[in-house]
Design a protein around this ligand. Structure first.
Ligand code: NAD
Ligand code: TYD
Length: 349
């Protein structure tokens, strides 16, 4: 068995990745290290609670002594590092935790990985640092898409903290030879996304007949990637990626925010048999400060060197995502109320 450390495995993408990896890699023992912020829900993996191929550790990536204990005990063959503060709006209202988790936490994890590799002399180790396209900054309408050679130009405290952690990850390869790969991915959507991000927020507000807040004029463009495609890409990069390299990951689905919101309205209306159009709930609100106009990803490198291309179309996967939320209102209530904390106390006290 290979021991694989997944940080932030109770958040949105980490949850999807653990489910994906559990099915794909029968020789993996997955250790999920998650401190369970508002965005982490351990009930996402309730079915694995007693499974010998899964271990949940309730802890912080900033805790060096815990990291050392875990590396000593499990002798990890690899790390996939998802844990982060991930919401741009929160980074504007409270930036400091982004510095602590995303920069210091990533640094401590890299250091723990390096200490383990140096002490054990192992050559069987890989570190995948999961990052975002937001590190590249904003594109104009006609600009060429981000490549792996695009200079970093982050706008928000969130993207600045991720950019910093990417530089540390690369520096640990260049300076110490730690086998690190970095992925920079576009906006994800799909099951288990905390309903503060655009797509789940809009779905749930429509169901609750609440206003649908669109920042500015809704002209900002994002490239949308279904989370299952992201999981596929990460697995392929973890297996085949070259140490020290960066791989951009995108869905090839650039959309203006207003188009996304209108499409969700129409799909939810169709599925729920609404008589009145939910588009009437769209409300243009004050723009986010420093709001990047456009993100777009050039996927040539991952396509040619790793053999990955996204398989899901936006329209089809958005429809599946809406179906998931419609069928999981108990999950939505649990994350909104923090109800799952009772369950943690029972399991881990
Ligand atoms: P998320 O906010 O849904 O989940 C983050 C998880 O990390 C939560 O479970 C949280 O409890 C955990 N966590 C936070 N601080 C921690 C700490 N100090 N120690 C241990 N665990 C901690 O985030 P997400 O959307 O799943 O994003 C995962 C990763 O992917 C992040 O690194 C993010 O930057 C990156 N990313 C996200 C997107 C996206 O669209 N969501 C796109 C590209 C890259
Ligand atoms: P978000 O899901 O927060 O992801 P990111 O900021 O990381 O791209 O937002 C996606 C886009 O939607 C972004 O341009 C901001 C916009 N947005 C709104 O217009 N209204 C909202 O309520 C939210 C949360 C986002």
């Amino acid at each position: 068995m290979k021991n694989i450390l997944i940080t932030g495995g109770s958040g949105f993408i980490g949850t999807n990745f653990i489910k994906y990896a559990y099915d794909r890699y029968k020789d993996w023992h997955i250790v999920n290290l998650d401190v369970l912020t508002y965005a982490g829900n351990p009930m996402n993996h309730m079915e694995l609670a007693k499974d010998p191929r899964y271990t949940f550790i309730h802890g912080d990536i900033c805790d060096s002594s815990l990291l050392k204990q875990l590396f000593d005990k499990f002798k990890f063959n690899g790390v996939l590092h998802f844990a982060a503060e991930s919401h741009v709006d929160r980074s504007i209202s409270d930036p400091e935790i982004f510095l602590k988790t995303n920069v210091m936490g990533s640094f401590k994890l890299l250091q723990a990985g390096l200490d383990y590799v140096e002490d054990s002399g192992t050559s069987d180790f890989k570190f995948l640092h999961v990052s975002t396209d937001e590190v590249y900054g904003s594109l104009g309408a006609g600009d060429a898409a981000f490549t792996e050679k695009t200079g970093y130009d982050p706008s928000s405290p969130y993207s600045a903290s991720k950019a910093s952690s990417d530089h540390f990850a690369k520096a640990f390869f260049t300076t110490f030879g730690l086998p690190v790969v970095v992925t920079n991915c576009s906006n994800n959507y799909g099951p288990y996304q905390f309903p503060e991000k655009l797509i789940p927020l809009v779905i749930l507000n429509i169901l609750n007949k609440k206003p649908l807040p669109v920042y500015g004029k809704g002209e900002n463009v994002r490239d949308w990637l279904y989370v299952a495609d992201h999981c596929d890409a990460l697995a392929e990069v973890f297996e085949k990626g070259v140490s020290g390299e960066t791989y951009n990951i995108g869905g090839g689905e650039e959309k203006k925010n207003i188009e996304v919101v209108q499409k969700i309205c129409d799909l939810v209306d169709e599925k729920t048999g609404a008589v009145k159009s939910s588009r009437d709930l769209i409300t243009f609100v004050k723009d986010r400060p420093g709001h990047d106009l456009r993100y777009a990803i050039n996927c040539d490198k991952i396509d040619h060197e790793i053999g990955f291309t996204a398989k899901h179309s936006f329209e089809q996967a958005l429809s599946q995502t809406i179906d998931w939320y419609l069928g999981h209102m108990d999950w939505v209530r649990a994350v909104q109320t923090g109800e799952y904390k009772k369950w943690i106390n029972k399991q881990y006290s």
